[in-house]
Ligand binder design. Structure first.
Ligand code: SAH
Length: 413
């Protein structure tokens, strides 16, 4: 059977709406009407706490008495939720004769109008659900839609050209270690809305397949057919697109501010007057060891960890080893190329040659592989296995916990 109902979205700003009833149902209706900027009048001899506070805040006007004839006159819309059938009948029929839409809370089957369950997304997106007279069903559908809006799974990108006076925003989004599931909800939502994505090699690239085909994707990584963009070129491209009025997601691996040059990109945006925001991500420094069953701290084993870049030589590594107690776990990023020198520098700086070391390659991806050794033998083991970047190197007794915990993401041998 087709339903004769007709869906409509109302702009109630400044319009008089009468709510008859002072209980929690009336309060819910009044609250959403107030949010819609309607001019709300409550007719009720008493008020529940929620309505009383709306009155105290002067967000609604209260007529402290029973409903009487003439109350709905001049209203654009009426809600009745008195809990008393006779009163609701009287309100509804008064509204009917005045040709005013009336929503009855007591009985949807005799109501002239219904309020749908509503899910709201960014940018004015609103999804209204009517569950065919079953309010619990409409709420359940609404909740599912709201969750999908939140996670960016729905194609919510604006398709009509937006009139924008100023520049777009650059969002520096941390994508986590590579698995799409480890991208934050906020990051995923921004991807669903953006015009341009500027993506790194180590970002969760699987998410790109889910983007609408008219999103411009600029690849900064060294993938076949693309030359690698320099940091200056990346800064230029994000600023240039934003100044054209486009929204940009700069999708990076891990966290943007952990050895990710996110600060430099933010400064470039500042210098150009482009609004910029950062969305933190799950850093590989902590999450990749976790994938291999290695907590970077563990009660009684290590109460701190130090994160060091091995990109520009071993001095920072030797320095960290001297500065921190032997119980401090050392986590090296970009550590494959100088692994042999790093291990030697750590021993020269006082770490025991038997200190456990783990190298986790491609954490949280199908190619994850872990190599475990000691400072004395890790370089030879890594050579023998052909260990490659990207990999996280963990130095410290926490590595042994892997034997008891096991890997949390499947590994290849
Ligand atoms: N901003 C990033 C780090 C960028 S530096 C973050 O917070 O994670 C790049 C280094 O990160 C790589 O050389 C490697 O050491 C590490 N890395 C990033 N993703 C990785 C992954 N999935 N598996 C192993 N190492 C990874």
């Amino acid at each position: 059977m087709t339903s004769p109902s007709y869906a409509l979205v109302l702009d109630l700003a400044g319009k008089r709406v009468v709510v008859v009833g002072g209980g929690p149902v009336a309060a819910r209706r009044a609250t959403s009407l107030v949010t819609s900027d309607a001019q709300v009048e409550i007719v009720a001899p008493w008020l529940c706490e929620e309505l009383a506070s709306l009155v105290a805040d002067r967000r609604v006007v209260w007529h402290a008495r029973d409903y009487r004839i003439g109350d709905v006159d001049g209203a654009w819309l009426v809600h009745t939720a008195t809990g008393d059938r006779a009163t609701d009948d009287a309100v509804a029929s008064a509204a009917e004769s005045a040709r005013i839409w009336c929503v009855r809370a007591d009985d949807a089957t005799v109501s002239a109008a219904w309020t749908p369950a509503v899910a709201r997304g960014a940018d004015g997106v609103l999804v209204a659900v009517s569950g065919g007279g079953d309010p619990r069903r409409s709420r359940a559908i609404r909740d599912a839609v709201a969750a999908a809006l939140d996670t960016g799974e729905l194609p919510v990108r604006a398709t009509r050209s937006r009139v924008r006076s100023g520049p777009g925003t650059v969002h520096l989004v941390g994508g986590g270690p590579g698995d799409v599931g480890l991208l934050t909800v906020r990051g995923r939502r921004l991807l669903a809305h953006t015009d341009v994505v500027v993506v790194d090699r180590l970002a969760p690239r699987g998410v790109l397949e889910q983007l609408s085909s008219d999103v411009e994707v600029i690849d900064c990584g060294k993938t076949p057919g693309h030359h690698q963009l320099t940091q200056d070129q990346i800064n230029e491209v994000i600023v240039e697109r934003a100044l054209r009025g486009l929204d940009v997601v700069r999708l990076k691996g891990g966290d943007p501010f952990v050895l990710g040059r996110g600060g430099e990109e933010a400064l470039a945006c500042h210098a150009a007057g482009v609004p910029v925001e950062v969305v933190p991500g799950v850093t590989s420094a902590v999450s990749v060891p976790a994938a291999a069953g290695i907590p970077v701290t563990h009660r009684g084993v290590a109460s701190s960890f130090a994160l060091v870049s091995a990109h520009d030589g071993v001095d920072p590594i030797a320095h960290a080893a001297r500065e921190h107690a032997p119980t401090t776990t050392l986590v090296l990023l970009m550590g494959v190329r100088l692994l042999r020198d790093s291990a030697a520098a750590l021993v020269a700086s006082g770490r025991r040659p038997e200190t456990p070391v783990a190298i986790i390659e491609r954490g949280w991806t199908p190619g994850q592989r872990t190599t475990v050794g000691t400072l004395a033998d890790i370089a030879d083991l890594a050579d023998g296995r052909g260990v490659e970047s990207p990999a996280v190197v963990v130095v410290g007794d926490v590595v042994a916990l892997r034997e008891r915990l096991g890997a949390f993401s499947p590994e290849v041998r």
